[in-house]
Design a binder for this molecule. Structure first.
Ligand code: PGA
Length: 241
């Protein structure tokens, strides 16, 4: 399976900056056909991503209804009309800052699947949970509750992102990554989603991506900070070749 490397820009870049990024990206990505990429720009820049014509992209979130009286929400079906192929769901910032629950994420996942879009589901434990030795329990609960009601075997990508490693410069150690990914795989098999790709996320950069990419069950990365420049994002992919 090809590695998948995803860029999460969070609330960064304007439509103009998005277009400039993808112009530069076309050159950076010339020799990177061995890797799959997906970009998650802010929802306001999806049209700009679509105009670039050559990248796979998606929204960082969506609501679990297609339309209606839901002020401020993002419609997955409109994202699809714009050309999005993916929706990122359950990112730890959505969970902690915007109070998303596994129940909400499961409704979103079902809609995303119904629309034929590809979901990327984020899971991961907080520092407190890791130190309290409940990481496995937390991951199992997030996966089980989020995948509730989703047809088994549906296309799915999971991003394991330990919350304490996101944007902190603190990467999980190889043993921690190996253990967590093997555990996520085990739970996904139990739940009927064993073929999913499992990405690692949390302070991934060119200098740590190579060794991380060799760990079994690490099928790619979800990258925040280091995805904001085309050259540093491309360097992550090069480190995996
Ligand atoms: P980071 O973010 O690479 O800046 O740690 C990862 C993420 O939030 O998905």
């Amino acid at each position: 399976m090809k590695k998948l490397i995803a860029a999460n820009w969070k609330l960064q870049k304007s439509p103009k900056e998005t277009e400039a990024y993808f112009r530069a990206w076309a050159t950076e990505a010339e020799d990177l056909g061995a890797v799959d990429f997906v970009f998650f720009p802010p929802a306001t820049n999806l049209e700009a991503a679509a105009r670039s014509g050559s990248v796979s992209f998606g929204a960082q979130n969506c609501y679990f209804e297609k339309s209606g009286a839901f002020t401020g929400e993002i419609s997955a079906s409109v994202a699809k009309e714009i050309g999005a192929e993916w929706i990122l769901l359950g990112h730890s910032e959505r969970r902690s800052l915007f109070f998303e629950t596994n129940e909400m994420i499961s409704k979103k996942l079902r809609l995303v699947h119904e629309l034929g879009l590809q979901p990327m589901l984020c899971v991961g434990e907080s520092l407190e949970e890791r130190e309290g030795e409940v990481t496995e329990m937390v991951l199992r609960k997030q996966l089980t509750e989020s995948l509730q009601g989703l047809k088994t075997g549906s296309e799915l990508t999971v991003a394991y992102e330990p919350v304490w490693a996101i944007g902190t410069g603190r990467v999980a150690g190889p043993d921690q990554v190996a253990h967590a990914h093997a555990f996520v795989r085990e739970v996904l098999i139990e739940l009927g989603f064993g073929n999913s790709r499992i990405l690692y996320g949390g302070s991934v950069k060119a200098d740590n991506a190579g060794p991380l990419s060799k760990i079994s069950h690490v099928d790619g990365f979800l990258v925040g900070g280091a995805s904001l420049e085309p050259s540093s994002f491309a360097a992550i992919a090069k480190a995996c070749l």
